[in-house]
Design a protein around this ligand. Structure first.
Ligand SMILES: C[S@@+](CC[C@H](N)C(=O)[O-])C[C@H]1O[C@@H](n2cnc3c(N)ncnc32)[C@H](O)[C@@H]1O
Length: 235
């Protein structure tokens, strides 16, 4: 994937946090998805659909762009403007209560959103696994805590995140949370390498939330947090 192909789409209007295209770039270079045009991918927590655009262009597959806070009509408008209206289907549903078909998806990708709803044991098995085909792949990139601070999110991050600090968990902790199942072949979690680039591109954007994050970057965000990569391969 060539990051420069997507530069024109990345702005304070489409970004909702550290540059999600950088996170996707790392996930796709580590675990390339090889899919056909009639395969189907779920972009879970797609926000404004910037990630859905990249997933659609990079894989050629059909993408279901699901989000809770951004409504499907707004995303549909953007997808039409971007010329991907035929390939990307906007959906507005809570990840806790999705209505897709059993074993519908060949892959699931979720950037900067999985931590909001999936941080409890059993979520993956009960809420995600039923929609995934055999041999499918799941790629997730989310903000979290560095392994050495596992379990200390409230103590270390509250001045920045308030009562949402508990959402940040380490790569080791996420491996435990995803857990096991007889349909799961492997679960890998790691601290991602794109941290500096993705944060720098967010902090230098004109987004109003970036201004708040800037105040905490050197003292909290950089020393204690990371991006957690999660890869799950099904049997
Ligand atoms: C920081 S934004 C990231 C958006 C996009 N993936 C990106 O990286 O630009 C987090 C997204 O998670 C979504 N989200 C949070 N809770 C959710 C839930 N329960 N079900 C579905 N989406 C949810 C929100 O709607 C929001 O758009």
């Amino acid at each position: 994937m060539n990051f420069n192909d997507y530069k024109e789409y990345i702005s304070e209007k489409t970004m909702m946090g550290p540059n999600s295209v950088r996170i996707l770039e790392e996930l796709f270079s580590r675990y390339p998805l090889e899919l056909a045009s009639d395969d189907e991918i779920l972009d879970l927590g797609c926000g404004t659909g910037l990630t859905s655009l990249v997933i659609a262009k990079e894989t050629g597959a059909k993408v279901y762009a699901n989000d809770l806070w951004v409504n499907a009509e707004d995303n549909a408008k953007r997808f039409t403007e971007w010329g991907i209206g035929e390939q990307v289907i906007p959906v507005c549903e809570d990840a806790n209560n999705l209505h897709f078909n059993e074993k519908q998806f060949n892959a699931l990708v979720s950037i900067d959103s999985f931590h909001y709803f999936a941080g409890k044991a059993g979520f993956f098995q009960n809420k995600i696994l039923p929609f995934m085909k055999d041999k499918s792949a799941i790629l997730i990139g989310i903000p979290g805590l560095k392994n050495e601070y596992t379990g200390r999110a409230n103590e270390l991050l509250s001045n920045w995140l308030g009562d949402e600090a508990y959402l940040f968990k380490s790569p080791n902790h996420w491996k435990e949370i995803i857990g096991n199942h007889d349909r799961i072949e492997t679960v890998e979690t790691w601290e991602m390498g794109c941290f500096n680039k993705a944060w720098n591109e967010w902090l230098t954007s004109d987004h109003e939330f970036a201004r708040g994050d800037k105040q905490h970057f050197e003292t909290i965000i950089k020393p204690y947090t990371c991006f957690v990569g999660i890869y799950v391969k099904l049997k």
